[in-house]
Design a protein around this ligand. Structure first.
Ligand code: ADP
Length: 385
């Protein structure tokens, strides 16, 4: 089998089929030679037995001729003919065996080549696909066989790979853009200060403050990216008290809530969940921060927890500006903002919800969002408990 694995499938099919063909032909040849042997022996015996006179003139004379030869101590003519016929039969049987098996193997080789041609074509197409032409597809087979389904599966895999490459490209472009913006602002501020021949202390103060603001922004983007791309395995077994968690988050967000005079209500049926406390805190912080950032003046935020179908549910609803339904699917993508200019003014880089989703998925939980423009948004998280 080890040797077979080193040759092409075409040759393997040929050798295996040829082997089976040869074995079957040998069995057939030997069984017919064996049967023929019996028949020839009967014939031989019949030829050597003393003849009983039959009364016919011609037969009687032929018999007497054979008897003469026997009396002279020489084998009878029919006996010799029978032995020669047997030898000739055996030889021809072996020749047929070799010819039929050989012809069978050649036919198998040709047929296997034809049957495997689509596989070879598929192979040529696959070899030419690189990361630069992931948009190309291998020709789909017209037949509905294994090779057709292999081509379809390969094309589906290319589709997924292409999507993933495009996502990575978009991600890198967005990271560069987000990092470049604060750097460009700082650079411009410093250039302005440089061009000023007599800068005042106030000018320096303004430039330093501007640099501080932008450095903070850069650090927050880098922090978010680290959370988003961190794949290290952490323990998800901390017992997290939801009441305490939300009180802590709200205390941290109090200045933002006070600015907009936002009223927060709670309705807790679920006490604790299991997870990795620091990142779960981060996820709920982002959700509650958004609920305030995108809320209206004097708006409300409602936090509810309950159990349903043996799952824990946590919902965070706000009375804010809402998200158009066609954009709801995209808000979890890194750097995606519903209205770039509006969201940038409010302050985000578009990484908050993608971090929430990554944290939720790391725990094996799920998150869904529902929203109505100018009415509000509700995120529901289903947790295993
Ligand atoms: P950002 O840092 O811009 O807030 P997020 O990833 O947190 O980024 O959110 C993505 C976009 O989804 C936001 O820019 C905003 O337009 C929209 N969004 C998120 N949460 C809400 C919400 N509660 N209400 C309305 N829009 C929201």
């Amino acid at each position: 089998m080890g040797l077979l694995n080193k040759v092409s499938i075409r040759m393997r099919v040929t050798l295996l089929t040829g082997g089976i063909l040869l074995a079957a032909s040998m069995l057939l040849t030997w069984s017919s030679i064996y049967n023929a042997q019996d028949k020839f022996m009967d014939l031989n015996k019949a030829a050597e037995e003393p003849r009983v006179p039959t009364g016919g003139t011609s037969i009687g004379s032929a018999q007497s001729e054979a008897d003469d030869v026997l009396e002279e101590g020489v084998a009878s003519v029919p006996a010799i003919a029978a032995v020669q016929a047997k030898q000739s039969f055996d030889s021809w049987s072996y020749i047929y065996l070799v010819v039929i098996s050989g012809a069978g193997m050649i036919v198998t080789y040709i047929v296997a080549g034809k049957a495997l041609k689509p596989l070879q074509d598929l192979n040529y197409s696959i070899v030419n696909i690189t990361e630069h032409n992931l948009k190309e597809r291998v020709p789909a087979s017209a037949s509905n066989d294994e090779i057709g389904s292999l081509a379809n599966s390969f094309n589906a895999m290319l589709e997924r790979l292409n999507e993933s490459f495009l996502r990575q490209k978009r991600f890198s472009a967005n990271v560069s853009h987000e990092l470049k913006t604060p750097l460009s602002i700082m650079n411009a501020g410093i250039q302005v200060l440089r061009l000023d021949e007599t800068p005042t202390a106030e000018d320096y103060k303004e430039t330093v403050e501007m640099a501080e603001r932008n450095i903070k922004r850069l650090m927050s983007i880098v922090d978010d990216l680290l959370v988003l791309t961190n794949d290290s395995n952490v323990e998800y077994m901390d017992e997290i008290n939801l009441n305490q968690l939300f009180l802590q988050v709200e205390a941290e967000l109090l200045p933002l809530y006070n600015d907009k005079n936002i009223h927060v209500t709670h309705e807790f049926e679920l006490d604790t969940i299991l997870g990795h406390a620091p990142i779960v805190y981060r996820a709920f912080y982002n959700l509650l921060e958004n609920a305030a950032k995108y809320n209206i003046m004097n708006g409300t935020i409602e936090i509810r927890t309950w159990t349903e179908d043996r799952m824990g549910k946590i919902s965070i609803s706000d009375s804010g500006m809402g998200i158009p339904s066609e954009e709801l699917d995209r808000i979890f993508e890194p750097f995606y903002r519903v209205d770039s200019s509006r969201s940038r003014k409010i302050g985000g880089a578009g990484l908050g919800l993608s971090i929430v989703k990554a944290i939720i998925e790391k725990h094996g939980w799920s998150i869904e969002g529902e929203s109505t423009v100018n009415v509000g948004t509700c995120f529901v998280i289903s947790v295993i408990c």
